[in-house]
Design a protein around this ligand. Structure first.
Ligand code: BDP
Length: 712
C-alpha cells in the first residue's frame, strides 16, 4: 500500500512537473503536443518508420527532432527503416544521399531552390521525402514538416518547394556586456559573458533551435551602441563558444563594432578610415576574428548617430567608413551592415529627412559586400510610420530592412501587440521606384534591382525571462519575423493561425478568438497612443507611457517637436510648404502624401499641420476624430480582455493567467495614454469632448505625475 502511494505521488509529481514545463512558455512554438485522436490514426498510417541518410551535426539534429517530435505527437516511437525500399517511411537527407527515393517532381523542386531551400514530397501510402542541397536545408524542411503535423495539416500528398526570399535573416541583440539589454523588456541578456567560454548554458542551444525552426540564419550578439571590448581576444573566445553551439543550426554570428575601436583598444591616435595604418589595423583585427570564428558573418555598424563615433569625425563619408571594413572582411566572405539611422540635432532640417539626405548621394559608392540597413520608417520604430523614403531611392545599393521586434514604443512587455500588420504595412508599401508594383518587399529581397546580397534584421525581444519575451505574445512577433524574412508574401492572418496552433491549440474557436485579438491589437495600440499619424509623443527616454508635454532637452527628442499642437491646429507640415519631406518619395506617392485630401488618414498628422476643425472623411472635425480614436483604443483593450476571458478552460491555465494579468495592466496603460493626450491637446483645441465620451477622472497634472513603473 505504502509502495503504491509513493508510486502514485511520484507519478503525480512527474505529471505535475510536465504540466509546468509545458505551460510556462519556455517551449515557444515548439510544443510537440499529442495530435487529436482522429489525426493520430491518419498520420500513423502514413508514417511508420524513419530513415535519415548522412551524418553530420546538423543531420543529427534532424534525426533527434523527427524522432522525438513525432514520438510526442503520434504517441509512439518510430523505428528506423530496415531498408530504403520500405514504404511509409520519412526519408530525410541531402539530395545526393536520397537519390534512391528520387522522382521527377522532387527533381523539379530541387532545381528551383538555392542552398537553404527544401523540398518535401509525399504520396498516400508511400514515402515522405524531406530533402535539400545542404544539411541546413534538410533541417529547415524538417521543422516545416513538424509544424504541418503540429497544426493538423494533411501530410499524405505534399509537394512543398520552399526557399528563403531574403538571404541574410538576422536578429540584432542590443545586449550589453554587463548583461543589460538596451530596450529589452524580458529580463537580462541571454549571453552570460562572465561564465563563457568555460560554461555554456543549455539555453544557448534552445535559442539556436528556436531560430532555426523559423528560418533565422544569423545573430548579431551585441548592442549597436557597441563596447569596443567585444573585439578583444577574451571576448572573441567567448563569441567563438557561442558560434560553435549555433553552427549546426545554421545560425551565423555577427558583431556590432565601435568605429573608434583602433583608438579604444588598438592604442592608435586615429580611426580615420582613409589612414593606411587604420586600414591595416582592421585587416589584422578581422584576421584575428576569423581565427576564432572561421564562418564569422561580419559587422553591424552604428556610426555618427546619437553620439557614436564614425567616419564623419574625420571628414570622411559613410561610404569611406563602410568600405574600409568591407575590404578587410571581403577575403573571408564577411559583410558589413551599415546603419542609415542617422540624424543630428545641429542639422537644421526635419529629422525625418536626414538619413535620405546623407545616404542617397552615396548610392553606387559602396563595396559589393556592404548592405545599408534602414529602419522601416524615417523616425524611429513608431507605432505607425509611413515607409522610409530611402526604400526605392538607392537602386545601386542593397538595402537591408531593420524592424524592431522588441516593443520599445509599443507598450514594451505590457502590450499585446501583434506586429505582423506593422511589418506587412511597410513591406507591401509601393515605392513606385520603377513604376507601380515596386514594393518595399521587392527592394529588400533584391528582385527590383537584381541585387545578389539581401538582408533583413529584427531587433530582438528575447531575454532571460523563462518565457523568453516577457509578454507571451512577444513570442508571436519573434516567430513572425522569421516567417516573413523567409517569405514576405505570407499574410498576417496565416502567420497568426500557425503561431496560435503551435502555441495553444488547434481548436477552431480558440484559433478564431486569438486571431481576431491579434489582428486588432496593433491598431488598438496606435489608437490610444498615436492615432492619425501622430508620433514620438512618448515619455522622455523610457518611451513607455504618454509624454505629449515633453518639451525640454534636445529638440528632436521632445514631443512638441513632433506634434506641433497649438491654437491653430496639430501635426507636422512635411509638405512643400513645410519641411518638404514628402518630396523624398517618388511620384505619385509624394503627391498623395502632400495633399491632405489624398493622404491616408492614418498618416495625416505625420505630413500635415491641420486646424482643429478640419473636416475628416467621416464628416467629423479633426478634434472629434482624435478623441474618438483615443477612446476606441481603450475600448479595444477591453474587448481583448473579454475575448481572452472567453478562452478560460480552453487553453493551458498558466498561459491563460499570464496573458490575463498583462491585459489588466494594458487597460490601465491605455487609459493613462488616452486621458493624458486628450487633456493635453484639449488645452490647445479648447473644444469639448464629443458627445457621449466620458471625461477623464483627473486633471492633466495628475496624469503628468503618474508613475509608470507600476505598469511595467
Ligand atoms: C532608438 C533607441 C535607442 C537605440 C537607437 C538605435 O531608443 O536606444 O540605440 O534607436 O537604433 O530607438 O540606434
Amino acid at each position: 500500500m505504502k509502495c503504491i502511494s509513493v508510486f502514485f505521488l511520484l507519478t503525480l509529481l512527474i505529471i505535475n512537473n510536465m504540466t509546468v514545463a509545458a505551460s510556462d512558455g519556455y517551449n515557444l512554438w515548439l510544443n510537440y503536443k499529442p495530435v487529436a485522436a482522429e489525426l493520430q490514426n491518419e498520420y500513423n498510417q502514413q508514417i511508420k518508420s524513419l530513415l535519415i541518410t548522412g551524418d553530420s551535426p546538423t543531420l543529427n539534429i534532424v534525426k533527434g527532432e523527427l524522432s522525438s517530435g513525432l514520438e510526442k505527437m503520434l504517441g509512439k516511437k518510430l523505428p528506423s527503416a530496415k531498408s530504403s525500399a520500405e514504404q511509409n517511411t520519412i526519408i530525410a537527407g541531402k539530395l545526393e544521399n536520397i537519390l534512391f527515393a528520387m522522382n521527377p517532381e522532387i527533381e523539379k523542386g530541387i532545381r528551383q531552390i538555392g542552398g537553404e531551400g527544401f523540398v518535401i514530397f509525399s504520396e498516400p501510402g508511400k514515402n515522405t521525402v524531406i530533402t535539400a542541397q545542404s544539411d541546413i536545408g534538410v533541417l529547415y524542411g524538417t521543422y516545416y514538416f513538424l509544424q504541418l503535423v503540429q497544426t493538423g495539416k494533411n501530410i499524405s500528398k505534399l509537394n512543398v518547394v520552399s526557399s528563403p526570399g531574403i538571404k541574410i535573416r538576422v536578429l540584432n541583440h542590443w545586449d550589453n556586456l554587463d548583461g543589460s539589454i538596451e530596450r529589452g523588456y524580458a529580463g537580462n541578456s541571454l549571453w552570460d559573458w562572465k561564465s563563457l567560454p568555460g560554461k555554456t548554458d543549455p539555453r544557448y542551444t534552445d535559442y539556436a533551435r528556436a531560430n532555426a525552426s523559423i528560418g533565422i540564419n544569423g545573430t548579431v550578439l551585441n548592442n549597436v551602441n557597441a563596447n569596443p571590448a567585444m573585439l578583444t581576444p577574451g571576448y572573441l573566445e567567448k563569441v567563438a563558444a557561442l558560434a560553435n553551439i549555433f553552427r549546426p543550426y545554421g545560425l551565423k554570428v555577427y558583431l556590432s563594432i565601435k568605429f573608434s575601436s583602433p583608438v579604444n583598444i588598438g592604442g592608435m591616435e586615429t580611426a580615420d578610415p582613409l589612414d593606411p595604418a587604420v586600414q591595416q589595423w582592421w585587416k589584422k583585427k578581422v584576421e584575428e576574428v576569423y581565427s576564432y570564428i572561421p564562418d564569422f558573418g561580419g559587422f553591424l555598424v552604428k556610426a555618427n548617430s546619437e553620439g557614436q563615433p564614425g567616419p564623419q569625425n574625420y571628414n570622411r563619408s559613410h561610404a569611406d567608413g563602410a568600405n574600409m571594413l568591407a575590404d578587410a572582411l571581403k577575403p573571408f566572405g564577411g559583410i558589413v551592415m551599415w546603419r542609415a539611422f542617422v540624424y543630428d540635432n545641429n542639422v537644421p532640417d526635419d529629422r525625418a529627412k536626414q538619413a535620405y539626405n546623407e545616404f542617397k548621394p552615396l548610392d553606387g559608392t559602396f563595396r559589393d559586400n556592404v548592405l545599408v540597413q534602414v529602419k522601416n520608417g524615417a523616425i524611429d520604430f513608431q507605432p505607425r510610420e509611413p515607409f522610409h523614403p530611402l526604400f526605392g531611392a538607392m537602386p545601386k545599393t542593397p538595402l537591408m530592412m531593420e524592424f524592431q521586434i522588441t516593443q520599445e514604443y509599443l507598450g514594451q512587455s505590457t502590450d499585446l501587440c501583434y506586429l505582423a500588420p506593422l511589418f506587412k504595412e511597410c513591406l507591401d508599401s509601393d515605392t513606385y521606384a520603377k513604376g507601380p508594383g515596386s514594393t518595399v518587399a521587392k527592394v529588400i529581397d533584391g528582385s527590383l534591382e537584381n541585387h545578389q546580397i539581401t538582408g533583413i534584421a529584427g531587433v530582438a525581444n528575447t531575454g532571460s525571462d523563462r518565457n523568453w519575451t516577457g509578454h507571451l505574445f512577444g513570442q508571436a512577433n519573434w516567430f513572425t519575423f522569421g516567417k516573413l524574412a523567409w517569405n514576405t508574401n505570407l499574410s498576417s492572418e496565416e502567420i497568426a493561425d500557425d503561431w496560435i496552433k503551435l502555441t495553444f491549440s488547434n481548436d477552431e474557436k480558440v484559433v478564431a478568438t486569438i486571431r481576431k485579438m491579434m489582428m486588432d491589437s496593433r491598431e488598438i495600440s496606435v489608437n490610444y497612443m498615436t492615432p492619425l499619424g501622430l508620433h514620438h509623443i512618448m515619455g522622455y527616454n523610457h518611451h513607455f507611457g504618454p509624454g505629449p508635454w515633453v518639451n525640454r532637452g534636445r529638440a528632436d527628442w521632445t514631443s512638441v517637436y513632433y506634434h506641433r499642437a497649438d491654437s491653430t491646429g496639430i501635426g507636422f507640415n512635411r509638405t512643400p510648404s513645410g519641411s518638404d519631406a514628402t518630396s523624398q518619395y517618388h511620384q505619385p506617392v509624394a503627391g498623395v502624401f502632400a495633399n491632405p485630401e489624398t493622404c491616408p488618414e492614418k498618416y495625416l498628422l505625420w505630413f500635415h499641420h491641420l486646424p482643429w476643425d478640419y473636416t475628416m472623411k467621416s464628416g467629423r472635425t479633426l478634434w472629434d476624430e482624435i478623441c474618438l480614436h483615443y477612446y476606441s483604443g481603450v475600448e479595444g483593450v477591453k474587448n481583448m480582455q473579454k475575448e481572452w476571458n472567453s478562452l478560460e478552460g480552453k487553453i493551458d491555465s498558466e498561459l491563460f493567467g499570464m496573458v490575463k494579468t498583462k491585459l489588466t495592466k494594458q487597460e490601465k496603460l491605455a487609459e493613462w495614454w488616452r486621458n493624458s493626450c486628450v487633456l493635453y491637446f484639449q488645452q490647445y483645441s479648447k473644444k469639448p469632448l464629443p458627445d457621449g465620451l466620458e471625461k477623464p477622472a483627473e486633471k492633466l497634472e495628475y496624469y503628468q505625475k503618474f508613475d509608470f513603473i507600476d505598469l511595467k
